[in-house]
Every structure is written in structure tokens, then in C-alpha cells.
Ligand binder design. Sequence first.
Ligand code: ADP
Ligand code: ADP
Ligand code: ZN
Length: 214
Amino acid sequence: MKIIMLGAPGAGKGTQAKQIAAKYQIPHISTGDIFRANIKNGTELGKKAKTYMDQGALVPDELTCDLVMDRIQQDDCKNGFVLDGFPRTIPQAQALDAALKKISQTMDFAIDVDVPDENIVNRMGGRRACLNCGATYHIEFNPTKTEGKCDVCGNETVLRDDDKPETVQKRLSVYHEQTQPLIDYYKNQGILKSVDGTKPMDDVFTDIVAILGE
Ligand code: ADP
Ligand code: ADP
Ligand code: ZN
């Protein structure tokens, strides 16, 4: 099963993608996590990506597309994958379609996790991330067992630099300009499904499973 998660920053794509990956036994591919891992390891890619991410802008397609195309051709993606945070632009979606076409494949589902802008600022302000293992929490909706410590690996959890209110506004406008058009793109392909992302996390997941099948 090959799935794309669509939705504004903070809509809950990552939260749902992790559960989808576990239930359907497919890899969770988050471009944001890949960039953050590169930043942490001080790679060239990380250095380049950071300048854009810090401003709430998108990393250019040239730096993003090849990375994802390589990843989805790895062995563990044979039975499918869930893409979280990619594609984010029409050219990225076209690059993905072209790569799949070469191997006579297409995406199966694009799931839009729909959350209005009003809810997003609160979601992102309360998000806490573990930069060691990629786990995400919310101070109100999904707190860590011990304040400030990752449940999974024990590292400290932090407010991401790009989750500060100034940058969140910028990311939201980038989303509306560059990513939201993908909703129509996948609607036209007949694979778009929408879920109400304002519901509690477990209810959103139940709705997604109803779409994907048990
Ligand atoms: P969120 O989960 O809050 O939407 P991500 O972790 O997906 O955030 O992305 C963080 C940042 O990484 C984005 O604001 C952008 O700068 C960069 N990024 C992630 N994925 C992409 C992509 N597909 N294209 C361009 N930039 C990306
Ligand atoms: P995205 O990957 O779309 O940027 P995340 O999955 O990281 O979004 O979720 C953003 C924040 O909102 C996190 O702090 C997460 O714990 C929280 N969150 C996710 N889904 C829900 C939900 N349905 N209700 C309340 N909070 C949620
Ligand atoms: Zn952790």
C-alpha cells in the first residue's frame, strides 16, 4: 500500500503516519525527519536544508526529490510506504508520479488530514519533539510521562525552532500557496480521501483505517 499524508504543518500527519506504518507494516518516510537527521549529523544536505527550514520556507525541490526517489526504491519499500511531508509542491508530486511510472506503479491513497488554521497555532506551540528518535508529543494532548523527557529514548524533548509562532505563520502561508494545490491534484487522480483532523488522535486513526481497510 502506497500512501501520501497531506495536511497543514501540525495537522497530525506524522502522528497518523507512525500508526499507519505500524499497523500495515510499511516504512514511514518523513522528509522533515530526514532533514533533521542530516542537520544533527552536520551533513552538507543538512546545512543547506537548515537555512530554509529556519525561515519556514520549503527546501528546494532539487534537494528533496532525489532523496525521496532513492528512499522509495530501497528493499523495505517493496510492499509500500507512507510518505509524510512529501510531496509538498506540484513539481514534487510530478517527480514522484514519474518515478513510479517507470516501474509501472501508482500511489494508492492521498489522505488529507484536515485542520483549520485556527487550531494549528495551538497544535504547534504545544508540540514537543525528540530530536534523537523523532517521537513527537503535545504538552496537552499527548504529554510525555516525565516532563521534558522522551518516553521512547529518554532524551530531552524540545520546541522545534520552526514551531515558534512567527515561523508557524510563515509555514502556514507556504502551505496554502504551495502544498494545498495538491489536494486538487490527487482529487483529479481519484485517490484523495479526507479525514477530520480536529478529532482526537485515536478517532482520526479509526477513520483512516476505515479508508485503508483492516
Ligand atoms: P511538519 O510535520 O510540521 O509539517 P516537517 O517536519 O514535515 O514539518 O517539515 C519541516 C520543514 O522541513 C518544512 O517546513 C520544510 O522547510 C522542510 N521540508 C520537509 N519536507 C519537505 C518537502 N517535501 N519539500 C520541501 N521542504 C520540506
Ligand atoms: P504534522 O506531522 O502534520 O506536522 P504532528 O503529527 O507532529 O503533525 O502533530 C502536531 C502536534 O499536534 C503534535 O504535538 C501532536 O502530538 C499533536 N496532535 C496530533 N494529532 C492530534 C489530534 N488529533 N488532536 C490533538 N493534538 C494532536
Ligand atoms: Zn526520543
